[in-house]
Ligand binder design. Sequence first.
Ligand code: FNR
Length: 371
Amino acid sequence: STPELQLDQKPPLHTLISSHDLEEVASRTISKKAWAFYSSAATDCITHRANCETFDRIWWRPRVLRNVQSACTKTRILGVESSVPFFCAPAAMARLVDGEGEKGIARACAKAGVLQCISTNASFPASEICASVPSHPFFFQLYVNKDRTQTDRLLKSLPSTIRAIFVTVDAPIAGKREADERVRADESLSTPMSGAKAKNDKKGGALGRIMGGYIDPGLCWEDMKWLRSITSLPIVVKGIMSVEDAVMCAEAGIDGIVISNHGGRNLDGAPPSLRTLLQLRLARPEIFRKMEVYLDGGIRRGTDVLKAVCLGATAVGIGRPILYALNYGEEGVSHFIEIIRDELEVAMKLVGITNLGQTSLECLDLGEVET
Ligand code: FNR
């Protein structure tokens, strides 16, 4: 179908009032290839579903008569001011849905005071994305290259507005994403990538696998020392799925972790992120004082954001919903950010708190989640 026709099928943005609405519209109006790449998850999608569903098993313990006329959602992430305790998770190839790709996301984030983590596999070089909103701070997600000199060069080339490095460790190889595999990545893929060279796989195959060929599956704990030696920026390890590895990060002097299973895209059956966060909070509460802990996977509502923060997360990352919102360009991302910010503010007031410093386990009823 022609682009005009696709546009016609999109309802006006203001009629979409939740992340679910934006997802539904994206499912029928973005290209098959983009939908397959963005929405897919590993094999039976058990972890992907559980990421979302686990939030529904935690109840609130709302308190009343607490004067909730106004509520403040501001926080700091690694010392960087943020208007909300959520950020844009790194995701490859935003240009598959919108020509401005990550630059559109950047402009929407900058307007709203939200932080964006730029992927190594973004559709534009980080310098270009950062230049689209001069002086706005960013984070950079790193996939370590088998050729370490390339990684060294990449880190040295980053603009000064990058404030932290998120090194992804849950994807030494790409998972088997069947929706993505069914849409064969062929020569018609016209979206250029930076950072990674999209080698054309003779067998066709999934975008994730083609893109990830340069990632070093040999990466290990020793390499975190090497990474520390080549950058002075804070280092966050993204893709922690166990209490043990969270503790090892703290002991290694890492500045933060993202509890994440890559949105269920790699190992199906990996624990839902919220479960791991809860286990860490209950078993090792002191870890949260040693480093910042973030979570991503399954955040679709402001209430999800607040539940994770009550469990000790400084902030959460949001992946797919931002890409679905980008279906409406920069404006769509702005609209989405405002939806989640508003839902968060409403949830805070109804729980009986007016700033994020008041979040705690006391706000939650964990009766129905087993750890
Ligand atoms: C991702 N994710 C990801 N992570 C990363 O570290 N580097 C990357 O390049 C990508 N690319 C990517 C592409 C797409 C299309 C998706 C959906 C995800 C994972 C991402 O950062 C995050 O962990 C999950 O998306 C979080 O789950 P939700 O919010 O999508 O449920």
